[in-house]
Design a protein around this ligand. Structure first.
Ligand code: SIN
Length: 530
């Protein structure tokens, strides 16, 4: 059995920032199920929202965040993250990351982007590939640390808790089972500080802007271990995912609308003005719902994002990644509008934590998209998530410093027991179930919901979960099976949370209860396994 002072599961901005902070305090394992850079972070285009200009203020950033959050943001958490942001950004820059700058009256200053819901320009970016630059910078730094093992192609199976090994009265996290994908063996790793930084769950939906790794692993594991899960009904749909038969999950950044891109319907109308005075740059929940309505009303397959009024040189310089990718699919965005549709993008709920990443299960921390700190409320303000990842990773590193398990170290951890059969015939059932979950979530638990559709989804998911449980205990586990099990769990949590909220608020919109009901529902939805 291996043992580490800290085990970090996930290698995006939050996991890597945490690992770098604690690398001097003890041994660290960073566990990641593909390559180190296969993360949501690496796909982030827009940037990091942070107050850096004299024309901006913490107060305005706090206000914009709370307004987008539709009554459910935790204000002290918002203030902490917003005000501690600049210091964390300086640290990131000290590692060599260079945000884009521009020339103003003879001197250089940060070039700040604008996105929906922001009253000021405040998004730091590296052209349209900010996440990739951050990921490369942090991974480069991690490679220089001698106390950190980066375990690629290793997938966490389940957390080991005191309750699971017979000490229910004083439950805490004691370790984790990890599948080594190359050998197929499951290793037991002991650690009294496990950090979940596994990102979100976009793959639970048929259409998503997320990479394939986004299968809700952290929330599912935390749920099985008995930690509290909050606000899973609030799934953010990004309004503009490229619509093209061969393009899978390609985001067209909100920064395109920030630079005056206009959404048009199939008749060429700037339709957003009919839905919100802020037009194409209204908050995402409003824009995604408006596009959904426009598509349903017209029977068209998509709407269009038009930035052809800007100079082609500006477009190529500011959005090189988007420009090149669209061109590969035969779309020259400097000459023609880009076909777009909404797609699942961000999980605003997650494992309930405080602003230090502390969960309800001692020894377990959660940071980044997998966590619900209270920053996003019912709708995340664009580009606030990388900021949250940085700030909360730092605070979790401080909080976990002296938080070892002490008296629980004598408890021995059982080795993993696995079913032995790998029946290839059954693989088809795994893929079928995977597809079924993603389609039913898209059709029944999408941008606009009803109780009837949610109940139907819930019933089907319970059947699927029963089938998956059978596989899980009878067959040798694989990444596909583990991801399927996690997707089904997270899908059920989204449905149960949505059924609990008999109102519409932020990203949760239901035709049965179209109004916001502050009296009854201005509160978080908390689920915990019995
Ligand atoms: C985008 O570039 O539109 C994504 C930014 C975000 O989701 O925060």
């Amino acid at each position: 059995m291996k043992e580490y002072d800290f085990v970090v599961i996930g290698s995006g901005i939050a996991g890597l920032s945490f690992a770098l902070k604690v690398a001097k305090q003890g041994s660290v394992a960073v566990v990641t199920k593909r390559k180190g850079a296969d993360t949501n972070t690496a796909w982030a285009q827009g940037g990091i929202a942070c107050v850096t200009s004299d024309e901006d203020s913490f107060e305005l950033h706090v206000r914009d965040t709370i307004e987008a959050g539709a009554g459910l943001c935790n204000e002290p958490v918002v203030r902490t993250i917003v005000t501690e942001g600049p210091e964390r950004i300086r640290e990131l820059m000290s590692l060599g990351l260079q945000f884009d700058q521009r020339e103003v009256s003879g001197h250089r200053e940060l070039d700040l982007g604008k996105e929906g819901g922001h009253s000021k320009r405040r998004v730091l970016h590296v052209r349209d590939a900010t996440g990739k630059e951050i990921e490369d910078t942090l991974l480069g730094e991690l490679g220089r640390q001698s106390h950190v093992d980066l375990l690629e192609n290793h997938m966490a199976v389940d957390l080991i808790t005191a309750a699971k090994v017979g000490f229910a009265a004083e439950d805490r996290c004691l370790g984790v089972y990890i599948l080594d994908e190359r050998t197929g063996e499951v290793e037991t790793i002991r650690s009294d500080r496990i950090v979940l930084a596994t990102g979100g769950c976009g793959k639970v939906y048929l259409y998503t802007t997320n990479p394939d790794i986004a299968t809700g692993d952290g929330v599912a594991m935390a749920w099985r271990a008995g930690a509290e899960i909050a606000n899973m009904e609030f799934i953010q749909f990004h309004p503009t995912c490229l619509f093209h038969v061969q393009a899978k999950s390609f985001l067209i950044s909100e920064a395109v609308r920030g630079e005056s891109g206009i959404l048009r319907n199939n008749r060429g109308e700037d339709f957003m003005k009919r839905y919100d005075a802020r037009g194409s740059l209204a908050p995402r929940d409003i824009v995604a719902r408006a596009i959904d309505a426009e598509i349903k009303r017209s029977g068209a397959k998509c709407v269009f994002l038009d930035i052809t009024h800007k100079a082609p040189e500006f477009i190529r310089e500011r959005f090189p990644h988007i420009y090149e990718t669209c061109l590969r699919f035969g779309i020259d965005m400097s000459k023609q509008p880009i076909p777009v549709v909404p797609a699942a993008h961000y999980q605003c709920g997650g494992i309930k934590t405080d602003v230090n990443g502390v969960t309800s299960l001692p020894g377990l921390y959660a940071i980044g998209e997998v966590a619900c700190t209270g920053l996003h409320g019912a709708n995340r303000l664009a580009s606030n998530s990388l900021l949250e990842g940085l700030v909360v990773a730092h605070r979790a590193a401080v909080a976990s410093k002296h938080a070892g398990s002490g008296s629980k170290r004598h408890i021995s951890l059982p080795e993993w027991k696995s079913g032995n059969v790998q029946d290839v015939d059954e693989m088809v059932v795994i893929y079928h179930n995977w597809d079924e979950i993603r389609r039913l979530m898209w059709d029944y638990v999408g941008i606009v919901r009803t109780d009837k559709r949610l109940q139907r989804a819930g019933a089907r998911l319970r059947n699927l979960q029963r089938e998956i449980r059978e596989f899980y205990w009878n067959f040798k586990i694989s990444v596909d099976l583990l991801e399927l099990r996690n997707l089904a769990t997270v899908a059920a949590l989204i449905v149960d949370s949505a059924l609990n909220r008999k109102e519409s608020r932020g990203l949760h919109y239901t035709l049965d209860y179209p109004e916001t009901q502050d009296k009854q529902f201005k509160r978080n939805t908390i689920l915990r396994r019995d």
